[in-house]
Design a protein around this ligand. Structure first.
Ligand code: COA
Ligand code: AMP
Length: 626
């Protein structure tokens, strides 16, 4: 097969291209309409088709005779556990949990929040919701109660499914008290909290809304898969935007299944029966698409890994998992490879393992530095491929599509546009730019199946955040360019979203919280370069005139405040006090300028700056702090 030919087809005739892909699924009702418009005139896929995502992930494979094949391998170095689940096992667990949800009064169209560590029950919970048409919203376990409460209020779940605790390296994190606190903070009160008790010793204060997960499963009948419309929201996944309020990305069902199934073969080159490992977390989009749904739709075994690339117990863990479970493809954020490289620079651990099953490494989530790719390739001589996507799209926008054709990979590039994505680089005025000209990364509408349908409860923000910048295009929020052969290069976010160890975070959210401290008059948070995590947040703070507090005490209090309100996952550790911030004449803080100066890069003083002398102050400040 030929990439150029297939790509051209996907852009010039999207309906026949995606009809062919959709035909490969088992629908409860085949779609007659492939591409149409919803009530907002936004493109939607397979509108009159009916299907069930859980059926296609589990039941179909059992019907086809693969019930005894492995579906999920749970590998948890932090509890020293390895447990394997066949498709039959998963079906029993999921169907009973779905039956339990029905018995609690949940029905198609309701929502449920899942707040879980990396355990198979997180996947069971997602699949159980999908089985009966309940829209799930998984919230990353590293978010603090306040963030969980914001999401509860937005998606108004009937139940929250959680676990007693998680383990961060060697630290036990009691989840249940965090959920209780979030419910107290939220205005919307869910009916029940379904609690999976891991019996790890975490304190579990009993509440009137508690239901024990084990008892519920034990007492419930298995529920069958319910057909849902292709456009039925399978999930809502909140992601960071440019304000403190997270955006609820709404994913459909039919488009998502079609796209993920296509991606498993055309991008990741996976054959059914092989083992796929996305070393992320179910709380992020990678966890939705490539820990849970994608591999299972393609009848691959998925690895649920509860640990870190280092310290659980050391930098050998990834290689041990690959050897032990015969992983064919590993998908990680570059920061994980940087962490391994830092702890095992000579790759001594790598030599101790049989990595013969390991075919390809895929990287995404943040910019990958060439040194990291080169280090990996020096020690593991297989392709290490960078590819580009975001929560909004649910699957890759640009990637080497090695399942279609292996083309030469240009280091530093994220590959070529994926079939279905008419990716362009535009200038400020919306004109398409030529090769090697940096601009804004956009995709011409319609986006392919599997991408976002809308923002939950906020269509206006969907339009203003993604569609109104350039008429007829979806704006990614990233900057980048193409070379003369069409390879895409991503240069970074052009807004105030930052990427810390592959975790997408909002600086606006941090600023709102920091500004609430009684000693703070004003602040700006920017993401500065970090060797391990790619970016880390830095706060520039102006104190109130009458604030009587030592700098170190203020820094300590602000760090604690961000940990308590957003979560430790922000890796927020540094506060610098300043007398003033660089601003435009209209009062907008020039965050990009601060970031560039802090990173020691070349910069241009914007013509809109109110007072250019502040630049010298910043230069002096960062020189001092080095
Ligand atoms: N629950 C509670 N706390 C959590 C958490 C969770 N699910 N996940 C992270 N945290 C906490 C950590 O314990 C840590 O707290 P600390 O500052 O008190 O030590 C903090 O949040 C930062 O966590 P993390 O980003 O994981 O950093 P780390 O220093 O513990 O580890 C890496 C560094 C590089 C090993 C780690 O970031 C990593 O494995 N990254 C892989 C990237 C990834 O999976 N990205 C997902 C998107 S694809
Ligand atoms: P998330 O929504 O958490 O997946 O984060 C998406 C953002 O991560 C994108 O908008 C990019 O800024 C960044 N990103 C993802 N993949 C890459 C990549 N391969 N190279 C550079 N940046 C990336």
């Amino acid at each position: 097969m030929n990439y150029s030919h297939l790509f051209k087809q996907s852009i010039e005739n999207p309906e026949s291209f995606w009809r062919e892909q959709a035909d490969q699924l088992e629908w409860f009702k085949n779609p007659a309409t492939i591409l149409s418009q919803n009530e907002y005139n936004y493109p939607q896929w397979f509108a009159d088709g009916e299907l069930n995502a859980c059926y296609l992930a589990i039941d179909k494979h059992i019907k086809d005779g693969y019930g005894d094949s492995e579906a999920i391998i749970y590998d948890s170095p932090v509890t020293q556990t390895v447990k394997k689940y066949t498709f039959n096992d998963v079906k029993t667990e999921v169907a009973k949990l779905a039956g339990g949800l029905l018995s609690l009064g949940l029905k198609k169209g309701d929502t449920a929040v899942v707040y879980m560590p990396m355990i198979p029950q997180a996947l069971f919970a997602m699949l159980a919701c999908a089985r009966i048409g309940v829209t799930h919203s998984v919230v990353f376990g590293g978010f603090a109660p306040n963030e969980l409460a914001v999401r509860i209020d937005d998606c108004k779940p009937k139940v929250i499914i959680t676990a007693s605790s998680g383990i961060e390296v060697s630290r036990l994190i009691a989840y249940k008290p965090l959920v209780d606190e979030a419910i107290e903070l939220a205005i919307h009160k869910p009916d029940k909290v379904i609690l999976f008790n891991r019996k790890l010793g975490a304190k579990i204060p009993a509440k009137h809304y508690d239901i024990d997960y084990g008892t519920l499963i034990y007492e419930s009948e298995e529920a069958e898969c319910i057909p849902v419309a292709s456009t039925h929201p399978l999930y809502i996944l909140y992601t960071s935007g440019t304000t403190g309020k997270p955006k609820g990305i709404v994913r459909d069902t039919g488009g998502y299944v079609t796209a993920l199934k296509f991606s498993m073969t055309s991008i990741y080159n996976m054959k059914p029966g092989e083992v796929f490992w996305a070393a992320s977390d179910v709380g992020w989009v990678v966890g939705h698409s490539y820990i849970t749904y994608g591999p299972l739709f393609n009848r691959n075994t998925t690895v649920v890994f509860e640990g870190k690339p280092v310290r659980t117990p050391n930098a050998s863990t990834f290689w041990r998992v690959i050897e032990e479970h015969k992983v064919s493809v590993l998908f990680v954020a570059p920061t994980a490879i940087r962490a391994i490289k830092q702890d095992d620079p000579e790759g001594e651990f790598i030599k101790q393992y049989d990595l013969s099953a390991f075919r390809t490494l895929f990287l995404a989530g943040e910019r990958c530095d060439i040194a990291t790719i080169n280090w990996f390739k020096q020690h593991v001589p297989i392709p290490a491929l960078d590819h580009f996507w975001q929560t909004e799209t649910g699957w890759a926008m640009a990637a080497p599509m090695i399942g279609i054709e292996e083309l030469p990979v240009v280091l530093g590039s994220v590959g070529k546009p994926v079939c279905g994505y008419n990716l362009q680089i535009l200038n400020e005025e919306g004109q398409e730019l030529g090769p090697n000209q940096e601009g804004y990364v956009v995709t011409k509408l319609p986006l392919p199946p599997g991408t976002l349908l809308d923002l939950w409860n906020d269509h206006e923000r969907f339009v203003s955040g993604y569609l109104s910048q350039y008429n007829g295009y979806f704006f990614t929020g990233d900057g980048g360019y193409k070379d003369e052969n069409g390879n895409i290069f991503i240069t970074g976010r052009v807004d105030d979203v930052i990427n810390v160890a592959g975790h997408r975070l909002s600086t606006a959210d941090m600023e709102e919280n920091i500004s609430s401290h009684p000693a703070v008059a004003e602040c700006a948070v920017v993401g500065i370069q970090d060797e391990l995590k790619g970016q880390i947040p830095l706060a520039l703070v102006i104190r109130k005139k009458n604030a009587d507090i030592e700098h170190f005490q203020l820094e300590y209090e602000l760090v604690q405040l961000i940990r308590d309100r957003i979560g430790a996952v922000t890796s927020f550790k540094r506060v610098i006090e300043v007398d003033r911030l660089p601003k435009t004449r209209s009062g907008k803080i020039l965050r990009k300028l601060i970031r560039t100066i802090a990173d020691g890069k070349e910069f241009q003083i914007p013509s809109t700056i109110e007072d250019a002398t502040v630049v010298d102050e910043l230069l002096g400040l960062f020189e001092q702090k080095k």
